[in-house]
Design a protein. Structure first.
Length: 257
């Protein structure tokens, strides 16, 4: 495993933003209370104090133009990546300002969770040399989300390391106990060398079945740390979620948050 990171480590944040989306065409440019989704996510992410640089990685002329318009730095990428982590790895290769020790992939379609969730992922990775990657998980407070397959659930061991990640309901509450359910949200920090190791791995069987990119880490026997919190997050994965995210964003703007 890698040696423990130090306070001098450089951290690069990358927001992968592809134009293709089967359920919501042009999703990254959809309006969220007056600004496109990618801009809302970018502006929220700039609040993460752990990032030494933040860029957008996209395959789209339209996203690139919009990102440059609102002040983001853009690195172009090819269209055929299997997931956002692969797109982030390509962008890391072309980023030349510094060699990052840690790369944080930030999902472009999740504008709601606080920037400190990104910082917590980076800090956990720095503090735990045995971990290969760290992602964040939000407590599910709306029971309707538990059965929705666009909400990716996660279970951990007693040390907050991922045991399994699934679109199904996990854990199954067979004994009718009080259960705290968590779902993965879009910030995943990796050590640079592990990021490039990840993209060299073939897609794994469960990753293909569930369409969950973090499963490639677990199926190959690597350790994924989980930062749990009450982040009040919802991603834009379906038209229904888009409507709900707009409502949540409107409520936060009205509350001055």
């Amino acid at each position: 495993m890698s040696e423990m990171q130090t306070h001098e480590d450089r951290v690069l944040g990358i927001i992968p933003a592809r134009i293709g989306s089967t359920r919501i065409p042009g999703k990254m440019l959809k309006d969220i209370c007056g600004e496109p989704l990618i801009q809302r996510t970018y502006e929220r992410s700039t609040g993460a104090t752990s990032l030494d640089a933040l860029i957008v990685a996209t395959d789209s002329d339209d996203i690139e133009s919009k990102a440059i318009e609102f002040g983001a730095r853009v690195i172009r990428s090819v269209k055929d990546h299997k997931n956002g982590t692969e797109r982030a790895a390509e962008a890391t290769k072309f980023f030349s300002d510094f060699i990052p020790d840690i790369v944080v992939t930030i999902w472009g379609d999740e504008p709601l969770y606080p920037a400190f969730a990104i910082d917590k992922c980076v800090q956990m990775l720095k503090n735990n040399p045995d971990l290969d990657a760290v992602t964040a998980a939000d407590r599910i407070t709306d029971s309707k989300m538990i059965d929705v397959n666009s909400v990716v659930k996660i279970v951990t061991d007693i040390n907050d390391q991922a045991l399994y990640i699934s679109r199904s309901v996990i854990p199954y509450n067979f004994t009718n106990q009080q259960v705290d359910y968590y779902h993965v949200i879009g910030a995943m920090a990796m050590r640079r060398e592990f990021l490039f190791k990840y993209i060299e791995m073939e897609q794994t069987p469960l990753e293909k079945i569930e369409s969950v990119e973090q499963l490639r880490i677990l199926e190959n026997g690597y350790k994924l740390g989980i930062v749990k919190g009450d982040f009040d997050n919802l991603g834009v994965n379906t038209p229904e979620e888009y409507v709900e995210v707009v409502k949540m964003y409107e409520a936060r703007l009205a509350a001055g948050k």
